[in-house]
Design a binder for this molecule. Structure first.
Ligand code: IMP
Ligand code: MG
Length: 180
């Protein structure tokens, strides 16, 4: 795995520190209104971020999973998002916090935010670890952002290329020959 990595963009120590700050920001936002909080992590890219974030969040919460596939297989350009796994819990009348790894073209989040609105969530907020500001469209609102990055295809800390590298601890860029 190490051989395929061209460079580390964000070191795991910096991710850890930022996730801690994000948890504090999120905790403050929900203080006084933490009844009926449901986190909706978007599988599979959000799993590492989710695991680190929720252990820093002293809020009572439920978790409802959803899976959307935007980059099937080895695609590095977004395709039309497909819901692979329907939402695993009830969100009607609940405060919902969507958790995702990255805001890129915004198609995935637009779809999930719309789905949660249709299902009658009381409030919808979104937390992403990464955002590519060069591409993020203005209509897709995110409330909590870990890092803004350049328009690069990145892997690690949950993010994959062809379902690999999710377990790489840092956010990194692959060698050009790995990603034809
Ligand atoms: P969007 O729908 O284009 O905003 O893309 C969102 C989803 O695509 C994310 O949840 C990621 O799973 C995936 N994605 C977007 N950019 C990258 C990247 O640079 N590396 C790996 N996955 C990415
Ligand atoms: Mg994803």
């Amino acid at each position: 795995m190490e051989m395929d990595i061209a460079r580390i963009l964000i070191h795991c120590d910096d991710i850890e520190a930022r996730v801690k700050n994000m948890a504090a920001e999120i905790g403050n936002r929900y203080t006084g209104d933490e009844t009926g909080l449901t986190l909706v992590p978007i599988l599979s890219g959000s799993i590492i971020f989710l695991a680190d974030l929720i252990r820093q969040l002293p809020l009572k919460m439920k978790i409802a999973l959803v899976q959307v596939s935007t980059y099937p297989g080895s695609a590095t350009l977004p395709q039309t998002p497909k819901t692979v796994l329907e939402l695993s819990g009830e969100v009607s009348g609940r405060n919902v916090l969507i958790v995702d790894d990255i805001l890129d073209s915004g198609r995935t989040l637009r779809r999930v935010q719309g789905m949660l609105r249709e299902r009658g969530a009381k409030s919808i907020r979104t937390a992403v670890l990464l955002r590519k500001p060069a591409k993020a469209p203005p209509d897709v609102v995110v409330d909590f952002v870990g890092f803004d990055i350049d328009d690069l295809f990145v892997v690690g800390y949950g993010l994959d290329y062809d379902d690999h590298y999710r377990n790489y601890p840092h956010v990194a860029v692959l060698h050009a020959d790995v990603m034809p």
